[in-house]
Ligand binder design. Sequence first.
Ligand code: NAD
Ligand code: GLY
Length: 389
Amino acid sequence: MRHVRVRLKARPSQYEIIIGEGTLRALGEVARRSLPSTARHLAIISNERVFGLYGQAAIGSLRAAGFAPQSWLMNEGERHKNLRSLGRALEFLSEAGLERSDGVVALGGGVVGDLAGLASSLYLRGLPFLQVPTTLLAQIDASVGGKTAVNLSAGKNLAGTFQQPRAVIIDTHTLETLPRRELAAGWCEAVKQGAAGSRPLFDQTYRFLREQREETLPRASAARRTAAQLEGLIAAQCAFKARVVMGDEREEIGRTDHLSRRILNFGHTTAHALEAVTRYKRFRHGEAVGYGMLVAGQVSVGLGLLDPSELELLRDAIGLCGPLPRADDLDEQAIRSALAHDKKSTGGHVKWVLLERLGRARIVDERDIAPRLLRASLRAAFSRRLSRT
Ligand code: NAD
Ligand code: GLY
């Protein structure tokens, strides 16, 4: 079992991320030491699929620690991360009779975590909450750092708060039931974190993915070794995310340096455009980030910032995450028009996260990227090499 500590200026001033196989069994004990001592009622927010797999383990552990847990299951999927589900979640917290010293437990992927986090920050003006992320993406990214949100009709994550959890409990065992595509999407985000801010993390992620692909050991020993390496890699990913968050808790608007939280949006400008033009139906978010990193990488090479050999290594790493849905048949003009509407724009201009090298990002204003370079980068990045078809 591994521990990563997040220290913050805002309250809670610090929290623990616990990573390991079977940590769900320790949920009650962790809740006991990280929630107010008077806490008794705990509201679990999850969905049917995840609760069916892990709900009883969570409830058993909480009961054994003296809590009275109740659960509410939201509909599954990104399209339900909306104001209607948020309203229902708040009504549930009220019907469950939660008091300010009680708590909320998010059990699921990033959709559940974002919505439960937001509900917990609004109900009674803020209840303590715990994250129990069950997808790779949520374990290395969404559950760490306190961003909560729901989507509005105008776009993703437009209504949200910063609400740091009291603890994050990551049970790597839950990844065994995760569909392959969800894993691939999570790995793309793992590659992103290394590429944007830490070369050693990029290398560790790349090595893990390559060894998994080339595994030659007998099954049992390979599984044991992989489990230990996976735990170490998730801990390293969390420690990286925590470090960035600790340096820029609320993603200050004026910051454009290579340590700002904004670097975590590497690949996201194009990813949001890809998701929008395909009406959120073709790509998992992480898959779209896979292509988005390549577009940003191509632009970086075109501007003379990044060495082409580093772009090749990035492409290799993304290829190891798993096959992506095709992107070479999409309307380029529609993508460029969606790119111009990225919500991360400041003062009306999109800020691109580019690379100076693997592990070091540079924020660049869209006006410094010639339209011809952008068009060529989109075409090069969307080639069929990475796609399933
Ligand atoms: P998700 O929550 O939709 O989960 C993906 C699918 O996997 C769902 O169908 C879910 O029911 C299922 N699932 C979850 N755990 C499972 C398990 N262990 N076994 C089997 N199935 C399981 O998707 P996600 O990729 O986890 O999260 C994406 C969301 O996270 C987006 O809404 C995104 O905006 C948000 N996000 C937030 C942050 C943040 O900092 N708050 C960061 C990144 C992403
Ligand atoms: N996933 C980006 C962030 O947490 O800032």
